[in-house]
Design a binder for this molecule. Structure first.
Ligand SMILES: Cc1ncc(COP(=O)(O)O)c(C=O)c1O
Length: 396
């Protein structure tokens, strides 16, 4: 065999600082039927509207213009789907026209497209601490410098003045990973401060429809003065099914052309047939009834996890009590690194996600995220029973 001294080039430099997602890596480890996993943010598959979705695909493929739904299509997205999503957003209090929306391949692609359209290597992006892991990956891949902002108006104003970020990324409803929700007052303050400092805002809202108690809080994008600088991301992943990979960006007009070019370069357009089926599903499903069903089931799962928490978490722990969404965020007392507890948890057939990767800055290793949507209340109670002895292992 002839040996060549020529090496193929290394992967791009921009990947150097971007770690693989521990959540996605964990999904492979917990894929055993005996494991009760609180790790992945997985919706409950038994609550997917399988019959409704199958009927929607049948309807579009069986229609007279079924072949059109297998053809290339406009980059901005299926007009019927955009109109239906816009109507729902408007009904929920965020006035939206179909033309304001770009359909994306999951809301995750919305983040990628925003990064491509707005951010240069070295651009400063501000985030809450902790925040959604794959948003951090996305901004790191774009070569951005990530800074964290305090959770009060005075702290935010200081951070905006000091770091002059180009973009602020927030998950205002039932955040991933903390489950926390920003109050109406905070949203108004953020909209006004970012407008005054000329900062783009991304309001990432995959969980907003999953509220189990209390009143909905108006979207950041609906605050006075938000029209020109707040982008809003939505998703079918938690209200229909994540495997559809369908989401959307509501964008101010100034950014529409740049986002459309970024989308063209990424994938030309989102799957034609999936968009058409989603439009048919929305048009023929009682979405409010479907969501009421989801909320009812998830509220019981949330309650089961909260009820088990005092017995499960060691004395001195703190945890969030989310009004909606999929997650609670737990902090153990003492100098513990929750990553070191994971092998024992997996050996005991239960899983969680250690908190450190959700931090852009200095991580709090004593934190962890638990998701309560994937399993039934009975399974959650059993999973928490398995988790208790692991979390109560004394720190070494
Ligand atoms: C805050 C946040 N944004 C975006 C996403 C990505 O969702 P999608 O499935 O729509 O790409 C998730 C998924 O868990 C999320 O938690």
């Amino acid at each position: 065999m002839v040996q060549s001294a020529v090496r193929t080039p290394l992967p791009a430099q921009r990947l150097a600082g971007v770690a693989s997602s521990p959540v996605r890596d964990l999904l492979a480890l917990v894929d055993r039927p005996e494991v009760i996993s609180f790790a992945g943010g997985l919706p409950a598959p038994e609550l997917f509207d399988l019959d409704g979705l199958r009927a929607a695909f049948d309807r579009v493929l069986g229609s007279a213009d079924g072949r059109r739904h297998l053809q290339y299509a406009p980059t901005e997205g299926n007009p019927a789907l955009r109109a239906l999503v816009a109507a729902r957003m408007t009904a929920r209090g965020l006035s939206t026209a179909a033309a304001d929306l770009l359909v994306t391949t999951g809301s995750q692609q919305g983040l990628t497209l925003i990064a491509a359209a707005l951010l240069d290597p070295g651009s400063v992006v501000a985030v809450e601490e902790p925040t959604y892991l794959a948003a951090l990956q996305c901004f790191q891949l774009a070569g951005c410098r990530i800074v964290t902002v305090p959770s009060d108006d005075a702290g935010l104003e200081r951070a905006l003045r000091e770091h002059q970020p180009k973009l602020l990324y927030l998950v205002p409803n039932f955040a991933n990973p903390t489950g926390r929700t920003l109050t109406a007052g905070r949203r108004a303050g953020i909209a006004a401060l970012t407008a005054a400092h000329g900062v783009w805002v991304v309001e990432d809202d995959p969980y907003g429809e999953l509220r189990y108690r209390g009143e909905p809080v108006p979207a950041l994008a609906s605050q006075p003065g938000a029209e020109e600088h707040v982008l809003h991301l939505g998703s079918f992943s938690k209200i229909a099914a994540p495997g559809l990979r369908l989401g959307w960006v509501r964008t101010p007009p100034a950014l529409r052309p740049a986002l459309t070019v970024a989308k063209q370069a990424a994938d030309l357009h989102t799957s034609t047939i999936d968009q058409a089926a989603a439009a048919a599903w929305l048009a023929h499903t009682d979405l409010d009834a479907h969501l009421a069903n989801l909320r009812d089931a998830y509220a019981q799962r949330r309650d089961a996890m909260m009820a088990a928490m005092p017995e499960t978490a060691p004395a001195g722990s703190t945890w969030t009590d989310p009004d909606g969404g999929m997650f609670t965020w737990l902090r153990l007392p003492g100098p513990v690194d929750t990553a070191s507890l994971l092998p024992a948890a997996l050996a005991g057939d239960v899983a969680f996600v250690p908190g450190a990767p959700f931090y852009a800055g200095r991580p709090d290793h004593a934190t962890l995220r638990l998701s309560f949507t994937t399993h039934t209340p009975g399974e959650i109670t059993e999973g928490m029973r398995r988790l208790g002895p692991v979390l109560r292992t004394p720190a070494c």
